[in-house]
Design a protein around this ligand. Structure first.
Ligand code: AMP
Length: 329
């Protein structure tokens, strides 16, 4: 039986952090055998939030290098560059005719971005989930391994697939999100917000942060009142989120950690958490140091992957045009 197709992407907008890693990348690595995987550096999407595109090439290679260092294997997965496949934009423009603007205005990630930065309300940001639907459906992916924050976008993808299929004929699957054990990692400085590149470097741990930086960031992370180490998301969100991270980097459950730190304060807990994060990231950082010595090899992996991806994208685009009834030369 043919494998189901999975697609996901990350924007090369800054430092890859633990939210990206535990929300998306770790599960990408784990599903490479089970699914026909397509992983994309979402450079076109990054234009919606990047103020400057000055380092975008370097950021693209850094991101792909970190994927390889984390265990993505180009022999198993198609690793490619969004902007190298013009058919994404072509399908996106067809999809943009299927939804009312009001549906996109209600998208929670759009509302959040605009409320945080009213000047950021470009058409590109509102159109983000439409282009994302094209990214996914052009490969007829039925699975999308992502963090919880992206779930509303997959609902929009499903709606677009339904509307296209109803109007022109059934060719697209209705994809489903796939989440890892902890589908949302929270900011170190504001425990109500997700960990994000846009909330400042002290709010996240980057995969390439040095041990000293990690120790400093964890030491200064926000905690709740009272010194008890207890998993209680409602009353102690900050410590609960730190317990989630501790679990992910050490495999020790919240119960085990609560027991271990029952009689110690936050300081000892944080000290050990920082060391556990450092231990977890060290092998990735070492591999990245090797891989990044040869940016040409990373570029070649992206180029080869993009050629493979483009062949699939072109086939779907031809099928779409034929279903709609467009002339196709
Ligand atoms: P982005 O950085 O927005 O391009 O996100 C790339 C991937 O990382 C998406 O699958 C997101 O859902 C995931 N992601 C980003 N931030 C977090 C977070 N704080 N927790 C879980 N997943 C996240």
């Amino acid at each position: 039986m043919a494998k189901e197709t999975a697609l996901s992407g990350i924007r090369p907008t800054g430092e890859l952090h633990l939210g990206n890693y535990f929300g998306a990348l770790r599960q990408w690595v784990s599903i490479q055998e089970k699914y026909d995987c397509h992983f994309m550096v979402a450079d076109l999407h990054s234009l919606t939030t990047l103020e400057t595109t000055k380092n975008i090439k370097e950021k693209t290679l850094e991101l792909a290098g970190l994927w390889l260092a984390s265990g993505l294997n180009p022999k198993k997965s198609t690793i490619f560059l969004q902007s190298a496949i013009p058919e994404h934009g072509e399908l996106g423009s067809i999809f943009s005719t299927l939804l009312p603007v009001s549906m996109l205005e209600l998208n929670p990630t759009y509302k959040e971005m605009v409320s945080e930065n009213p000047k950021a309300g470009s058409f590109g940001i509102m159109n983000y989930p439409v282009l994302q639907a094209a990214d996914i459906l052009i490969y007829k992916a039925s699975r999308v391994p992502i963090g919880k924050d992206q779930d509303p976008h997959i609902e929009i993808t499903r709606e677009i697939a339904r509307r296209f299929n109803r109007r022109f004929g059934n060719i697209f699957p209705e994809p489903r999100s796939m989440f890892d054990e902890v589908p949302k990692i929270y900011s170190l400085s504001s425990p109500q917000k997700k960990m994000s590149k846009s909330h400042g470097p002290d709010s996240y741990i980057a995969l390439l942060d040095s041990p000293d930086k990690i120790r400093r960031k964890i030491k200064s992370s926000v905690t709740d009142s009272g010194s008890e180490i207890k998993y209680d998301e409602l009353n102690k969100p900050a410590i609960s989120h730190l317990l989630d991270i501790f679990y992910l980097v050490s495999d020790k459950s919240a119960k085990e950690l609560e027991k271990k730190y029952k009689n110690s304060g936050y300081a000892e807990f944080k000290k050990d958490l920082a060391e556990a994060i450092i231990k977890h990231l060290t092998p990735i950082q070492k591999k990245y140091a090797e891989i990044s010595k040869n940016p040409k090899a990373i570029e070649k992996i992206l180029k080869d992957g993009s050629e493979r991806a483009r062949a699939v994208a072109q086939k779907t685009t031809r099928e779409v045009k034929s279903k709609i009834g467009l002339l196709d030369f």
